[in-house]
Design a protein around this ligand. Structure first.
Ligand SMILES: Cc1cc2nc3c(=O)[nH]c(=O)nc-3n(C[C@H](O)[C@H](O)[C@H](O)COP(=O)(O)O)c2cc1C
Length: 211
């Protein structure tokens, strides 16, 4: 292994927002996908996938995901719903759910129940109002901690921080040590452009010995 000789430097402040967005998507990847269910003040279920998503900390166990502001500067339904009902379910996305997940990313009107639109099964949650997605093998019931704004206007971030209240793991996916069987779960992740990836190739790396 040796260092690269030269680099092209793209200065974000000198570039179009969209160009920064696409460059970022192709280098910060693969990104896991949170398939998020929320509920509106009027009780309408909403679904949307978010790949600006990760787990952050475990005391308490917490997740973040980030719906950006739309190109016209308005907030996505997920954010509007979370301000009204600060609870969500983060469902993980296996390969079999990819088409329904993609369908749910279309911009439906707020009065449309996106479980119906995507052909997915709502299952009552135990601690929160939004339902879980029955076709997803792992679902995290979460309470909203905070929404943090980064930037202003179109494509700015709304980082939604959630505390995980419980994990639901479908029968057959939980190992004896209470981790999820990563070989069986067959999750997909987002890459750049319209590309996705699937974990079909893995390797193990032991932790280094203490220096
Ligand atoms: C795989 C995938 C990942 C996505 N990730 C994000 C994301 O991280 N942030 C975002 O703002 N939009 C993301 N989108 C687009 C939203 O899902 C889309 O704007 C959706 O309509 C928002 O729904 P809502 O208005 O019902 O909240 C993603 C779409 C797909 C298909």
């Amino acid at each position: 292994m040796k260092p690269f000789d030269t680099y092209t430097t793209l200065v974000t402040a000198e570039r179009e927002k969209r160009a920064n967005f696409h460059t970022m998507l192709s280098c910060v990847m693969p990104r896991p996908i949170a398939f998020v269910s929320t509920i509106s003040a009027d009780g309408v279920n909403n679904l949307a996938p978010y790949s600006f998503f990760n787990g952050v900390g475990s005391n308490p166990p917490a997740i973040i995901f980030s719906p950006c502001t739309r190109a016209d500067g308005t907030d996505k339904d997920t954010v509007i719903n979370l301000r009204a009902v600060p609870e969500m379910v983060v469902n993980v996305v296996p390969y079999d759910v990819r088409d329904a997940m993609n369908q749910a990313s279309a911009q439906y009107a707020p009065e449309v129940d996106e479980f119906d639109a995507a052909g997915l099964t709502p299952v009552a949650s135990r601690f929160v109002k939004p339902p879980r997605i029955g076709e997803c093998p792992v679902q995290l019931e979460c309470k909203l901690v905070q929404i943090v704004k980064v930037g202003d206007g179109p494509l700015s971030a709304n980082i939604c921080i959630g505390e995980i209240i419980c994990f639901h793991v479908a029968d057959g996916f939980l190992l004896e040590n209470e981790t999820v069987d990563i070989a069986k779960i067959d999750l997909i992740a987002r890459a750049g452009g319209d590309w996705y990836t699937r974990i079909t190739d893995r390797f193990e790396l032991s932790k280094p010995a203490a220096p």
